[in-house]
Design a protein around this ligand. Structure first.
Ligand code: CTP
Ligand code: MG
Length: 462
């Protein structure tokens, strides 16, 4: 294992030159931000935070986080206005305003992705006003504890998480953030330590680095339902692992088990998803024997952190509708890039015309139920009593084809994500079965997504 880790580290650890380049750019920007503050007469100062400040960035990564710290008594609107003013002055025409919990500015500069984030300089981090106010505290906490040796261990863990597809707390991934990787490393002392411990994790793990909760049950009750809870050392009310989904938790635990059992570079650098040709895709579809529906529409003009949860919500609404109508959804997924896409895979395309329609239990009068259905032209058999003792008719199903249910649901759009519903209202197209091939042929992103879907497999097993 030692050899493997050394090899991985050689690939992901920034070289001296990389570090110098990043430092030059970061220092320059911090200075520009400080200058902008004085020029604009704004009482604030810039601070480099995140992986760039802690040397825990991976070599291929190009992300610099600069926070602009304002006094905590400044009203929120002022912070937002002045913050954008300072960030705007630093970024100039390259800057793009973004809106998360509160506004910030991003820009591309000398090959780096820069975030310029206004926040409050708060002395007691449990009294923060917005999530970003914690970052300067994270910075101080980690900086004071990460030794150069531990930094290497963080890099290994971050690359491992990236390789298995569980890195990133954004809603599109719902995985492990960089800060979480740093805390896990601090807690277990090394990459191996983390992997060894995590290989025996069960859902409901609680880690409390600074012993903020004398009784861990208390923490468990507070963060109930979360597969992993890591109490933020700077704010005991916050679970640093709040974003980690059950799927990514289990993926990580499995990856750790498999890695210990049979270590290899494939965990850190898995083979990419194989792009299927049209012929291969056609063959795979035939082999699966399912019915695939691909709903394509214009992507709502929003950041991924808003689009993805809405797409997921819409996906769930459609799956529920189909399931209630008697269909079995084998798997489903969503995707968005230039376009948005909802994918649903049904075990069968069409149900039989007949369906059972149970009536009231024996303790409840049934005359109305019986007479109504006896007269109905949709009645095919009944009334009779089924084995469970329920009065039953067999009646004609209203929609026997999955596609009809789907079309109806797409017209009603109940329980959909709000902006997704709006986009769908403007129009969509359903591609089914082999017709998705045409779609994949036209759009490389969709081809990659469909290839991944049809050959789904844990990255280290590819
Ligand atoms: N942060 C956090 N929780 C998140 C995302 C971010 O607490 N889910 C805070 C952390 O203090 C983090 C900082 O915001 O250090 C910057 O965020 P980001 O750039 O996403 O993370 P990095 O730690 O810089 O890691 P990466 O190498 O992925 O950029
Ligand atoms: Mg970062």
């Amino acid at each position: 294992m030692e050899k493997i880790l050394e090899k991985v580290l050689r690939r992901v650890k920034p070289k001296k030159l990389d570090r110098e380049r990043l430092k030059k750019v970061a220092d320059g920007l911090v200075k520009r931000a400080d200058d902008a503050c004085s020029e604009l007469g704004v009482e604030a100062r810039a601070m480099l935070v995140g992986s760039a400040a802690r040397r825990t960035w991976l070599r291929d990564e190009r992300d610099i986080d600069i926070f602009i710290l304002f006094p905590e008594n400044l009203p929120r609107e002022e912070l937002e206005r002045k913050g954008l003013e300072v960030a705007g002055k630093v970024a100039g025409r390259r800057g793009r305003e973004q809106f998360a919990e509160h506004p910030y500015v991003t820009m591309k500069f000398k090959g780096f992705d820069i975030d310029l984030v206004p926040c409050y300089d708060i002395s007691d981090p449990s009294k923060i006003q917005s999530a970003v106010d914690r970052s300067p505290h994270h910075q101080r906490y980690v900086e004071a504890r990460l030794t150069p040796e531990l930094t290497d261990e963080v890099l290994l863990l971050k690359q491992f998480l990236t390789g298995i597809g569980a890195y990133g707390a954004e809603l599109q991934v719902q995985g492990f953030s960089g800060y979480l990787a740093e805390l896990l490393t601090l807690n277990y002392g090394s990459f191996r330590g983390v992997v060894g411990a995590a290989s025996t994790w069960e859902p409901g793990v609680v880690l409390d680095l600074r012993g903020k909760y004398p009784d861990l049950e208390e923490a468990r009750a507070l963060f109930t339902g979360q597969p992993l809870t890591v109490i933020d050392p700077v704010d005991p009310n916050r679970n640093v692992a709040a974003a980690v989904s059950m799927q990514n938790f289990a993926t990580f635990v499995r990856a750790c088990q498999s890695f210990l059992n049979n270590p290899g570079e494939r965990f850190f650098f898995p083979k990419p998803v194989k792009l299927l040709t049209s012929r291969q895709m056609s063959w795979v579809l035939k082999q699966r024997g399912t019915t695939l529906f691909c709903i394509v529409f214009d992507r709502p003009d929003l950041v991924p952190d808003i689009t993805y949860p809405q797409l997921r919500k819409t996906e769930r609404a459609l799956v529920t509708k189909l399931t209630r109508a008697g269909f079995w959804v084998l798997r489903s997924d969503v995707w968005s890039n230039g376009k948005a896409l909802l994918l649903l895979e049904l075990s069968i395309a069409e149900l039989p015309r007949v369906r059972a329609h149970p009536g009231p239990p024996v303790t409840v009068k049934a005359e109305d139920f019986i007479s109504k259905h006896l007269r109905s032209k949709h009645k095919l058999a009944g009334p009779f009593i089924d084995e469970a003792g329920r009065l039953t008719f067999e009646v004609e199903r209203e929609h026997a084809r999955g596609r009809e249910i789907l079309e109806k649901a797409l017209e009603e759009r109940t329980a959909f994500g709000k902006h997704v519903a709006k986009s769908l209202a403007k129009g969509y197209k359903i591609y089914d079965g082999q017709r998705v091939l045409a779609l994949a042929r036209r759009n490389k992103g969709i081809r990659r997504f469909l290839s991944g879907y049809l050959t789904r497999c844990l990255p280290w097993h590819r």
